[in-house]
Design a protein around this ligand. Structure first.
Ligand code: FES
Length: 112
C-alpha cells in the first residue's frame, strides 16, 4: 500500500465528534400541541422546550428524578446522565429530556 493511498483511506474515515452535531430542529409535543424549535447547539431537549416558552415538566435537572421524561418518536439523542430509566425503557424511546442531547438532524419528542 502506498503512502498516498494510506492518506486517502485516513481522510475517508472521519469520526464526527459530538460538538459537530447537525441537529436543525426539535419538534416537541406537549399538551397535544406540537411546537417546532430551531436547535441551538449544546441545548438539551428540555432547554429546547424552555426556549420555546413551553411549560415542560422538570425538577432535578441532573437525571435523577424522572420528572422530565418524554418519549422519542423520531430521530435520536443521547443522555449525559441517566439514574432513572432502565434499558428496556430506553429501548422503547423514553428519555430524560434534561439530559438529552439530540444526535440526528431532526428530533421529535412527546411528553405523555
Ligand atoms: S428533571 Fe429530574 S431527571 Fe430530568
Amino acid at each position: 500500500m502506498s503512502d498516498e493511498l494510506a492518506l486517502s483511506d485516513t481522510a475517508v474515515v472521519v469520526d464526527v465528534p459530538d460538538a459537530a452535531c447537525t441537529t436543525q430542529e426539535v419538534m416537541i409535543e406537549l399538551d397535544r400541541r406540537t411546537t417546532t424549535v430551531s436547535y441551538r447547539r449544546g441545548d438539551t431537549l428540555l432547554q429546547c422546550a424552555r426556549s420555546a416558552a413551553l411549560r415542560a415538566p422538570y425538577s432535578c435537572e441532573i437525571g435523577s428524578c424522572g420528572t422530565c421524561i418524554a418519549r422519542l418518536l423520531e430521530g435520536s439523542a443521547r443522555m449525559v446522565n441517566n439514574d432513572v430509566l432502565d434499558d428496556d425503557e430506553v429501548a422503547e424511546g423514553y428519555i430524560l429530556t434534561c439530559q438529552a442531547l439530540p444526535t440526528s438532524r431532526s428530533v421529535r419528542v412527546v411528553y405523555e
